[in-house]
Design a protein around this ligand. Structure first.
Ligand code: SF4
Ligand code: SF4
Length: 260
């Protein structure tokens, strides 16, 4: 357990059920919750790499935020902390959004490995901007902690704010992620602009969140200017999507689901 500030306690680096049981057995969890009841602690956090453990703690309904490692390596089964399948990880992100638990992303570059073609398991370097945007697009994510090792790296991370949409476009990962990710929208917006003005990435995100039981997602969807029913079936998105999502067909599905 690390004391982050006078108002927040974070359960640090819990990856296995035995870690959680240790917190319970030695009364640490109760201590934190007692402090929260007294108003001394306002927010309770967890940092973990493991979706299974994260889900167990979420079941306890005690979390306000979670530090979780998100990058294309881990999400697509590469690296030491690639825990859980691609689907399990995406489901966790959506669950956090649905339950109001903000994700603070750690390891967006996997210690620089993703930025170096010689070290990346994909044999292709991504830029910091691509990695940051990748993490920011995931449901539930509020912040990304770049973890710079020096001032130069910090400046490089901050330069994200000045990058263009093209520079942040990470759809290249669609060419080197495994087959089981094919056909699943990752909200990258590479298929934009839609000639009919649909925000395809956001529409898909709200649809997936709603399927997972996020009651707010439908309201968010309905406030969009354009809906799936506005799709003119031009096929542009199907041709552009690097993840081979049959988006035109999916818009039909989404229209039927939301009735609009
Ligand atoms: S349909 Fe494809 S290109 Fe468009 S947002 Fe989804 S994954 Fe990205
Ligand atoms: S098929 Fe529909 S959603 Fe896709 S680009 Fe065309 S109008 Fe937009």
């Amino acid at each position: 357990m690390k004391r982050r500030s006078s108002k927040q306690y974070s359960m640090h680096c819990l990856n296995e059920e035995s870690d959680l049981r240790t917190y319970e057995k030695h009364g640490i969890l109760k201590f934190i919750m007692d402090l929260k009841d007294q108003g001394v602690v306002k927010y309770v956090g967890l940092s973990t790499h493991a979706p299974e453990l994260a889900n167990k703690v979420l079941d306890m309904k005690i979390l306000d935020m979670m530090m979780f490692s998100i990058n294309p390596m881990y999400d697509f089964g590469q690296g030491d902390f690639a825990l859980g399948s691609t689907g399990e990880r995406q489901t966790l992100y959506r669950r956090c959004e649905k339950e109001g638990v903000g994700i603070s992303v750690m390891k967006p570059f996997n210690a620089g490995q993703l930025l170096d073609a010689a070290k990346s398991p994909f044999h292709q370097a991504l830029t910091p901007a691509q990695c940051l945007q990748y993490a920011l697009d995931k449901p539930g994510v509020l912040t990304v902690v770049g973890g710079p090792g020096n001032v130069e790296q910090l400046k490089e991370i901050l330069s994200f704010l000045d990058t263009t949409e093209e520079e942040r476009d990470y759809s290249i990962i669609g060419s080197f992620t495994p087959d089981d990710s094919v056909g699943k929208c990752v909200y990258c917006k590479h298929c934009h602009p839609c000639p009919a003005g649909l925000n395809i990435g956001l529409i898909n995100k709200y649809y997936d969140l709603s399927l997972q039981g996020d009651v707010m997602a439908k309201d968010h969807y309905l406030t969009l200017e354009k809906h799936a029913s506005d799709c003119i079936k031009c096929g542009h998105c199907n041709k552009r999507c690097p993840f081979s999502v049959q988006q035109q067909e999916r818009m039909e599905e989404i229209r039927e689901y939301f009735g609009k």
